[in-house]
Design a binder for this molecule. Structure first.
Ligand SMILES: N[C@@H](CCC(=O)N[C@@H](CS)C(=O)NCC(=O)O)C(=O)O
Length: 208
């Protein structure tokens, strides 16, 4: 059997988590290589783009989180076969990635600048993006983002909403999703109740 390894930091709210979840839900065996921040400087140069996540298959690597989500989504039965539904699935994942990248890119800014930028992002592009994502969900029936069933898009949005509501993103109000996108919060809570997701988080240990 081919050996899959997902290499990512030991954090649950960011780019590697949807792929981990997809493989767990789909029963796809994989090695979960959780990189400690202290080890990252030594490992960075060996990754295709100096960043994680990276997926390894029998010693070969592929990077870029949404590409990885699509690949593992196919293995896990969580990616649409139909080309249009696949495009809808990608749309939601890319919409999250686009705005999350803007928010996370403020991470290393000096404190005052980070606060100002995050507050302005939260009130502007982030609130807008959540609202639009919610409208897309509603337009597709309100339950799932694509294919009328759980796909990797639902997992990516779920992880993002969990992260926003976790209080770990300084200067982004924790109640932002509840205020501007209650249907996304409903969707989040529904995904969280999926038996495999529930079992995964019951046993999930997060170092950071
Ligand atoms: N476009 C890439 C971005 C990857 C990325 O920036 N990953 C972050 C963690 S979420 C990272 O590796 N940061 C450490 C670094 O850049 O040194 C993707 O979607 O995978």
């Amino acid at each position: 059997m081919n050996k899959l390894k997902l290499v990512y930091f030991d954090i649950d709210g960011a780019r590697g988590e949807a792929a981990r979840l997809a493989m767990v839900i789909g029963g796809v065996p994989f090695a979960d290589d959780r990189v400690k921040f202290a080890d990252w400087p030594d490992r960075k140069a060996d990754t295709p783009f100096g960043a994680l996540p990276v997926l390894e298959l029998d010693g070969q690597t592929v990077a870029q989180s949404n590409g990885i989500n699509r690949y593992v989504g196919k293995l896990a039965g969580l990616y649409p076969d139909d080309a249009w539904q696949a495009a809808l699935c990608d749309e939601a994942m890319d919409a999250v990635e686009e705005v999350a990248t803007r928010v996370w890119s403020t991470m290393s800014l000096p404190a005052a600048e980070k606060k100002a930028q995050r507050e302005s992002l939260a009130a502007g592009p982030l609130a807008f993006s959540l609202d639009r994502l919610q409208l897309r969900l509603v337009a597709h029936g309100g339950q799932y983002f694509a294919d009328g069933r759980l796909t990797v898009a639902d997992l990516k949005v779920f992880v993002w909403i969990s992260h926003l509501r976790s209080g770990r993103l300084d200067h982004v109000p924790v109640d932002l999703p509840d205020r501007v996108a209650p249907r996304l919060v409903e969707h989040h809570d529904r995904v969280k109740e999926h038996p495999a997701v529930k079992a995964y988080y019951a046993g999930r240990k997060v170092a950071a």
